[in-house]
Every structure is written in structure tokens, then in C-alpha cells.
Design a protein around this ligand. Structure first.
Ligand SMILES: [Zn+2]
Length: 336
């Protein structure tokens, strides 16, 4: 979950949502999102090579040697799944929204066996998990609960017409949209190494955004895949499953790794950014937690802070160090 969608104008934003319980409204204004539709791809992605396997829904970028970033640019989350290919197998880090099948895209890139690893189990990253038989997962109650899939009513707010560029895509049924259940083929822990043949990935367990958040590091090539722990957009630290103490420790850990990293690959918006952004995030996060910075805006329960160029969407409860019941899972839409 990157952000929730707000379908009213900026002027209506405060009056329409404050006091109402519609937490599926969002801190992305329709007008802003629709404007971005007119200038796709994002500038950050435009510098990358668009792969021929791209179709009407997925834009696939060659974001590094044998790394393919599979972007869903026409829905406001702009979720990104990354395919990292070795000589003998490949890892698909996330499987997208589940709006259209992702496996045909993957098979258009490689015919090697594919292991799925999720950056975390919010609905917008596991939508295609059921298309694959080999899914590695963190052994947590939160993850196991999310394996049941997310019902339509939990995630319907992400498929309203205004959530898409030019309305919902042809061939997609917004009325029945849900994510399918899936199973883990294996459970893994922090430090698990995946030998892809000529390339090794290490899974890092990086709780904070969710209890089961992971990052992937390719140390030899200086690549760090950060999921929703860091991406080039509003940082979503709002849901009850978020733990800000864990998140801070995670950022500290990743900043150490960043010093030996060339590129960061987040799970929304920009497929790839230069390393250095995690240390900026660390500095902004420390200011956020100091309590000395005032929110830029409050929308319902959401507190929006803009600190040295980084926007956080969070809640008082999260900032107070509280965490909800993490045994019951969560789509990322959950509210305090
Ligand atoms: Zn998320």
C-alpha cells in the first residue's frame, strides 16, 4: 500500500472527509493523479528502456542488467514488481495488483523457473501470487492471515473509475475485484540466500511498514530492492500493522547497506533511483519522530508531513508507537 485515493477536489478535501469514517478516501487527489496520466511514463522511468513485452496494462522497464521492473502505471498506486534474472532461475519480487495476470509478462521475459518473494503482503503486491507455485514467505501470523486473499469490500476503493487513467481498463470487472488466496511453498528468515546461478540475492527481513516486510539485496551488483519500506513517492506509515520503532531500526539497517549500493528499486512509482535516498529518509524520519515538526495537513486520521522533500502519511497512533493486532492480517487499507 502506497497511498489511498481521494476522489474530491483539494478544496473539498478537508470538509468532505474530516469527521466521516471513509478511510478509503485518500491522500492522492484525483486531479493530481489524472494530470500525471497525461504525462506517463514518469520522468524517472522515461530514461529507462521500455521492453517489448510491455502491454496495455504493464509497462516493463529494463532497469538494470537482467533486472526488469514491471510497472502498473494506469492505476494510482503505480505498483511495481521486479524480476531479477540469473543463469538458472529468476526471482519475482512482488506480483502486482492482480488486475491482469502477470505471469504471461514474466514468461515473455524468461523461461527459467521463477521464485516469488513478496516485499510484504499488502494486497497491491500479492495480486498475482496464485499464478505461481513457488512462493517464499516470512513465517508470521500476519502473513498467514493475508494468504487468504482480500475480499472485494476490503479493496474496492482502489478500483473506482477515478483510480484509473481513463477509467477502468477494458476486460476488468471492478465489481468482483478481489485478490486470490495463495500458499507459501517455503518459509524463509532474515539472511536467506537465493542462488540464481551467477547471481545471489539475500532476503532481509525488514519489519516496520508491515511485520513481514522484506528487502532483497544483490551485493555483488550493488542493487537494493526496498519494497514499501522505501519508494519514490509518499511514504505510507498509516495502517495499524505499521510499527514505527521497527521501521526506524529497519531504515538504520538499510542505510548501512546503502553505502555499498548503487541503485534502489522501490515498489511504487519510480522503477529505480540512485542510492542516497535512504539516508535522506533516515534524516527526515528522525525529524518526524522528534515531535518538533508540525503536520502539513490533517485529513481525517491521516497526518501528512513534508520534511526535507519527503512526504509521510501517518497517524498519531503510529507516531505514538502503537501497533494494532498483527495476527489478523491487513490489506494496508486498515484504519485506526
Ligand atoms: Zn504496503
Amino acid at each position: 500500500m502506497k497511498k489511498l485515493f481521494f476522489k474530491f477536489s483539494a478544496l473539498l478535501l478537508l470538509t468532505a472527509v474530516a469527521g466521516c469514517q471513509n478511510e478509503q478516501a485518500a491522500y492522492v487527489q484525483e486531479s493530481t493523479f489524472q494530470e500525471s496520466c497525461n504525462s506517463l511514463p514518469l520522468e524517472t522511468n522515461r530514461v529507462l528502456t521500455l521492453a517489448a513485452v510491455s502491454n496495455d496494462w504493464f509497462q516493463v522497464y529494463e532497469s538494470h542488467d537482467q533486472v526488469y521492473s514491471i510497472v502498473e502505471p494506469y492505476q494510482f498506486q503505480m505498483s511495481i514488481s521486479h524480476l531479477i534474472v540469473g543463469n538458472e532461475r529468476a526471482v519475482l519480487f512482488d506480483t502486482g495488483m492482480g488486475i491482469f495476470p502477470i505471469r504471461p509478462i514474466v514468461e515473455g521475459i524468461t523461461d527459467l523457473p521463477v521464485l516469488v518473494v513478496n516485499s510484504h503482503t499488502h494486497f497491491d503486491h500479492v495480486g498475482g501470487n496464485n499464478e505461481f507455485s513457488d512462493v517464499l514467505a516470512i513465517d508470521s501470523d500476519y502473513t498467514k492471515s493475508n494468504m487468504k486473499g482480500f475480499e472485494h469490500k476490503e479493496i474496492a476503493g482502489d478500483v473506482i473509475p477515478a483510480a484509473f487513467c481513463g477509467g477502468a481498463p477494458a476486460g476488468f470487472d471492478v465489481e468482483t475485484y478481489h485478490t486470490k488466496s495463495w500458499n507459501a511453498s517455503r518459509y524463509v528468515e532474515d539472511g536467506h540466500l537465493i542462488d540464481l546461478g551467477g547471481r545471489t540475492l539475500e532476503i532481509l527481513h525488514v519489519p516496520g511498514h508491515t511485520p513481514d516486510a522484506t528487502a532483497l539485496v544483490d551485493r555483488e551488483n550493488g542493487l537494493l530492492f526496498t519494497g514499501d519500506t522505501f519508494y519514490d513517492d509518499n511514504i505510507w506509515l498509516f495502517a495499524p500493522e505499521t510499527n514505527i520503532d521497527d521501521y526506524s531500526s529497519t531504515i538504520d539497517r538499510l542505510v548501512d547497506i546503502e553505502s555499498a549500493t548503487e541503485y534502489l528499486f522501490g515498489a511504487h512509482s519510480s522503477a529505480r533511483v540512485d542510492a542516497g535516498r535512504l539516508s535522506q529518509l533516515q534524516s527526515s524520519l528522525r525529524k518526524l519522530r522528534s515531535g518538533k515538526v508540525q503536520p502539513f495537513e490533517q485529513v481525517g486520521k491521516r497526518l501528512i508531513y513534508v520534511i526535507d522533500g519527503i512526504t509521510f502519511v501517518t497517524a498519531k497512533e503510529v507516531l505514538d508507537g502503537r501497533q494494532g493486532d498483527i495476527t489478523i492480517g491487513g490489506s494496508g487499507f486498515g484504519s485506526w
